[in-house]
Design a protein around this ligand. Structure first.
Ligand code: TRP
Length: 225
């Protein structure tokens, strides 16, 4: 007996066991849709096929309910998409609800998963459409701010220079938006303002500069050490 999944889940990554209807009989409409989504997701990694695959996926967006985890779990897709750095790709990713998925990973994941998820949020924020998307409602901004803040708290106990770098870059980019910059005056973690991360940043002048710029933008001066 083959157990067919109702939908892709985090536990049944793309292409994994169970994603093939095999000998279970003629594929249902749902299985056909899933197969075509998987096919299009594969094509995203090929730069000649990418544009058309993006177009098809965005047209059929409502048919593929678990597209964000499918993109996330398929090998190399997000990396391939984010190389592209263009607004069309960012808009497409936003429509897949990739942000709540990243936020979940930033809360629950291992240090490596957190770093990758924060890097994706950073890439999205660096695009104007992405920044507007996140800053357009207070709920969205504070959801992102809360998760970034919790990671800062965790990092003060378990330092990770590479994760800290992406967190600071995200905050710095948020400070480019006027409303977000205002909100950061009250919700930027204290630990980014004091000397907590001095040693963590010792070997990273770029991130130290980003942090200085961030503190300058929100109008606080770093406590000298
Ligand atoms: N659909 C939700 C929204 O538009 C997606 C979402 C949840 C979200 N949490 C978020 C988007 C945090 C941005 C930031 O709000």
């Amino acid at each position: 007996m083959v157990n067919l999944p109702n939908s892709l889940s985090m536990n049944a990554p793309f292409g994994g066991p169970g994603s093939n209807p095999g000998a279970a009989g003629a594929p249902t409409g749902k299985e056909r849709r899933l197969a075509s989504a998987e096919h299009l997701v594969l094509e995203l990694s090929n730069k000649d096929l990418r544009e058309n695959a993006l177009l098809e996926l965005s047209k059929k967006r409502e048919l593929f309910k678990d597209l964000a985890p499918l993109l996330w779990n398929s090998f190399g897709t997000i990396a391939a998409l984010l190389q592209v750095d263009d607004t069309e790709v960012i808009s497409f990713l936003l429509s897949t609800e990739i942000i709540p998925l990243c936020l979940h990973t930033m809360e629950m994941g291992s240090e490596l998963s957190k770093t990758v998820a924060t890097f994706i949020v950073q890439k999205i924020l660096l695009d104007d459409v992405g920044l507007d998307y996140i800053c357009t409602t207070a709920e969205r901004f504070f959801a992102v701010g809360r998760v970034l803040g919790n990671m800062v708290t965790t990092l003060s106990e378990q330092p990770s220079p590479r994760l800290l770098k992406h967190i600071i870059r995200c905050y710095l980019r948020l400070s480019d938006n006027l409303k977000a910059c205002d909100a950061l005056r009250s919700c930027l973690p204290e630990r980014l303002r004091d000397a907590t991360f001095n040693s963590c940043l010792r070997e990273d002048p770029t991130t130290r500069r980003w942090l200085q710029q961030l503190l300058h933008n929100v109008g606080v001066n770093r406590v000298p050490t």
